[in-house]
Design a protein around this ligand. Structure first.
Ligand SMILES: CC(C)(COP(=O)(O)OP(=O)(O)OC[C@H]1O[C@@H](n2cnc3c(N)ncnc32)[C@H](O)[C@@H]1OP(=O)(O)O)[C@@H](O)C(=O)NCCC(=O)NCCS
Length: 191
């Protein structure tokens, strides 16, 4: 859906200059959510290092912001040196914002972004016990592949259309206006 205002928050693409917000969001994840997000228990130092490499990771990140604070993020990372047929998605929603439809909405944004970049296979890795993530993957008719305690959700995005490109552009325009409210002028969007 083109509108980016949901549940009192805003979904928009993140900017390279927002690595600090990304880091603070990941640090706020409770222990279980952290483990689900990274597939293992991770320390604060790991998260600080991970978030500091946001610009190098060649990824596109959608954020869910409430009153300027990042409360959920969806990352789409390229596999290999450039955007190709395959990409990987990862999701994090802070505890108080879970089960409100935010993750579902973010996955929809990532699938549309994948589609508009000609990505043919979008993979989501999660632990086998992560039924919530599997539930939102199923909503988008993902194929779920179970393997040694992990589940890989595979979505095959459709070909881009003028409408899907237009919807992303409309989202970007409203997201840009929201970003300009609290960002320095010389910021670049991630990917
Ligand atoms: C997994 C995650 C991204 C989902 O985001 P969310 O905003 O909570 O998800 P939504 O509210 O959009 O949807 C959750 C769905 O799971 C369902 N659900 C909730 N608990 C469930 C459970 N224990 N088992 C199965 N389904 C469950 C909800 O009912 C909802 O489905 P519905 O819309 O059909 O009712 C979020 O919970 C999260 O960040 N968890 C920690 C990190 C993580 O697991 N990341 C994924 C691996 S990269």
């Amino acid at each position: 859906m083109p509108e980016s205002h949901l549940w009192g928050g805003t979904i928009r693409k993140m900017w390279l200059s927002e690595a600090d917000k990304f880091r603070d969001h990941l640090l706020r994840l409770d222990r279980d959510s952290r483990r689900m997000r990274f597939g293992m228990a991770v320390s604060d130092a790991f998260i600080i290092d991970y978030a500091s490499r946001l610009g190098e990771m060649k990824c596109l990140v959608y954020g869910f912001f409430v009153e300027g604070e990042l409360r959920a993020a969806a990352e789409m990372r390229q596999i290999g040196d450039a955007w190709s047929a395959d990409a990987e998605g990862a999701f994090s929603v802070e505890h108080d914002y879970q089960n409100r439809g935010v993750g579902t909405e973010l996955l929809g944004r990532i699938i549309r972004a994948a589609r508009n970049r000609g990505i043919q296979r979008l993979y989501m890795n999660c632990l086998a016990e992560n039924h919530k993530m599997q539930r939102i993957c199923r909503k988008y008719e993902a194929e779920l592949l179970f393997d040694h305690g992990e589940v890989v959700g595979r979505v095959l995005p459709a070909l881009p259309t003028y409408i899907s490109l237009w919807e992303e552009a409309v989202d970007d325009t409203s997201g840009f206006v929201m970003a300009m409210i609290d960002l320095p002028v010389h910021s670049e969007p991630v990917a």
